[in-house]
Design a binder for this molecule. Structure first.
Ligand code: PHE
Ligand code: FE
Length: 295
């Protein structure tokens, strides 16, 4: 297979100038195999069946508006005009996880990095790094939502700032990302729903996060979340529930610098703990939890 072309520089009237801060790649669409397209189709159909009644209305309507279909892996170039028209976001192809600052810089400029390659058929239920299905199906639809789109940009800017403050600030901010963007739940008038991309791209967790008695489901609280450790190798022990994307936007509007300073004095909270003052929707039974391994 030919390696994808890197587009780090672009010819302009000033000569070749760097376009992005790192390794953006063109989606090598022609290199996808039939198996790749089938993996996409199966994952897509499976989530289309699981998500109605479980994913938030915002996610489902955004997914429909994006015009992704199961029959073949979407082309980023086809999705981008739709996304740009809706919220002025765009997708850029990448090889995989990016250095933190590079990732923040993309978000701050309303570019969402999408891993171009898709998992293998024996990884349908789990893989340890983000692939095309997680990034594209999981993250991209909500970028069509104007409020969530602004949140993601603000997060990117906040990330650049936290990076300049230090490692502890980044840990706090990463927990916020984890418990909102990746594993967030939202309260709809008819019950709890999923908006987190790590959940919507996983059949097992889509069911577990809402229907299992094992995990805690707790109301969103910014500083509480920023103190809370998380799982990267099992379902979450705790999910945090927002009331609306507006709530998320408002709560994260203030300057985090003094919050980081305050939190530096406090212990982190184990992933499964329930604290006094938590708004508890469900106190988890803890069934199946591993004792160690919180990150
Ligand atoms: N208000 C945050 C700060 O000052 C930025 C931010 C916004 C971070 C939204 C995350 C999400 O750092
Ligand atoms: Fe993700």
């Amino acid at each position: 297979m030919e390696s994808p072309k890197r587009v780090e520089h672009q010819l302009t009237d000033k000569g070749y100038v760097p376009v992005y801060t790192t390794s953006v790649v063109e989606q090598p669409w022609d290199t996808y195999t039939d198996t790749d397209h089938q993996v996409w189709a199966q994952l897509f159909e499976r989530q289309k069946a699981v998500l109605p009644g479980r994913a938030s209305d915002e996610f489902l309507s955004a997914l429909a508006a994006m015009e992704m279909t199961p029959d073949r892996i979407p082309r980023f170039d086809d999705l981008n005009p739709i996304l740009r028209a809706a919220t002025d976001w765009e997708l850029v192809g990448v090889e995989g996880l990016l250095p933190e600052l590079t990732f923040f810089d993309h978000l701050a400029n309303r570019r969402f990095p999408v891993t171009w390659w898709i998992r293998k058929p024996d990884q349908m239920d789990y893989l340890s790094e983000p692939d095309l299905f997680h990034d594209l199906f999981g993250h991209v639809p909500l970028l069509m939502n104007p409020v969530f789109a602004d949140y993601m940009e603000a997060y990117g800017r906040g990330g650049v700032k936290a990076h300049g403050i230090g490692e502890d600030a980044l840990v706090n901010l990463t927990r916020l990302y984890w418990y909102t963007v990746e594993f967030g739940l939202i309260r709809q008038r008819d019950g709890l729903r999923i908006y987190g991309s790590g959940i919507v791209s996983s059949k097992g967790e889509s069911i577990h996060c809402l229907e299992s008695d094992a995990p805690n489901r707790i109301g969103f609280d910014l500083e509480r979340i920023m103190r809370t450790r998380y799982r990267i190798d099992t379902y979450q022990k705790t999910y945090f529930v927002i009331d609306s994307f507006e709530q998320l936007m408002d709560a994260t509007g203030p300057d985090f610098a003094p919050i980081y300073e305050r939190l530096a004095q406090l212990e982190s909270v184990p992933a499964g703990d329930v604290l006094d003052g938590d708004h508890v929707y469900n106190r988890g039974t803890g069934e199946g939890w591993l004792n160690d391994g919180d990150v």
